[in-house]
Design a protein around this ligand. Structure first.
Ligand SMILES: [Zn+2]
Ligand SMILES: [Zn+2]
Length: 175
C-alpha cells in the first residue's frame, strides 16, 4: 500500500488493500512454521495536514503459527490497529525542536518520508509480526507434549507412567 502527496485532493483518503497469501508468506519468511491462512486485509485512512500525514490503519485476517505446547499448527487471528504520523525527513530536525508538534503527537509513532511517496507495507508487516502472541496455542485445552517420550498428548495418552510425567514436568519447571 502506498500513498502519494498528490493523491490528496481532499484532506482525507481511504484505502483498502488485500494482501494475498504469497505476500503474507514473504512477510513471515523469517519465522519458521509461520505461514498464511488466506488473505490479510488492511483498511487505512490517511489525513493530511500540510506535509504531515496521519495514517490510521487496521490489519485483519488469520495466519498459521506454531502451538507453544504441542508444536503443531495454531490458527492465529490477526486484528490489529496502527497509527503513524509521517513527517517529511526535511522536517526531522525542526520536528525535534518544535514543542507544539511534539505535544500534538505525544502518543504517536513517527516515521520520516522522503519525496512525495510513502510506501507503508513495511509498517504493515511490522504490525503483523507484533500482533503474533508470545505463546500461540492450537487450542486453550491443548495438552502439549509428553516430556518423556515427546508424544502429542492431544492424540491420546502415551505409554509413559503418569506419575513419571508429572515429576518430569516439575523438574522442567524448576530448572
Ligand atoms: Zn497445541
Ligand atoms: Zn510419554
Amino acid at each position: 500500500m502506498e500513498i502519494r502527496l498528490e493523491d490528496f485532493s481532499t484532506a482525507r483518503i481511504d484505502k483498502e488493500e488485500i494482501f494475498p497469501p504469497a505476500t503474507i508468506d514473504q512477510w513471515l519468511s523469517d519465522y519458521d512454521g509461520y505461514r498464511n491462512y488466506g488473505d490479510i486485509i488492511s483498511r487505512a485512512h490517511f489525513t493530511r495536514r500540510n506535509t504531515n500525514i496521519l495514517m490510521q490503519a487496521e490489519l485483519k485476517g488469520n495466519i498459521i503459527g506454531v502451538c507453544s505446547r504441542c508444536l503443531e499448527d495454531a490458527l492465529i487471528p490477526i486484528d490489529t490497529d496502527i497509527t503513524i504520523m509521517f513527517i517529511p525527513s526535511s522536517q526531522q530536525k525542526k520536528y525535534a525542536e518544535d514543542e507544539e508538534v511534539e505535544l500534538e503527537s505525544d502518543e504517536l509513532d513517527v516515521e520520516y518520508y522522503k519525496g512525495n511517496r510513502i510506501d507503508v507495507d513495511y509498517l504493515l508487516r511490522e504490525s503483523l509480526i507484533l500482533a503474533i502472541p508470545y505463546s500461540p496455542l492450537c487450542s486453550e485445552s491443548c495438552r502439549g507434549l509428553c516430556h518423556i517420550c515427546g508424544g502429542n498428548l492431544n492424540r491420546g495418552e502415551c505409554t509413559c507412567k503418569k506419575e513419571n510425567r508429572i515429576f518430569s514436568n516439575i523438574k522442567i519447571n524448576l530448572f
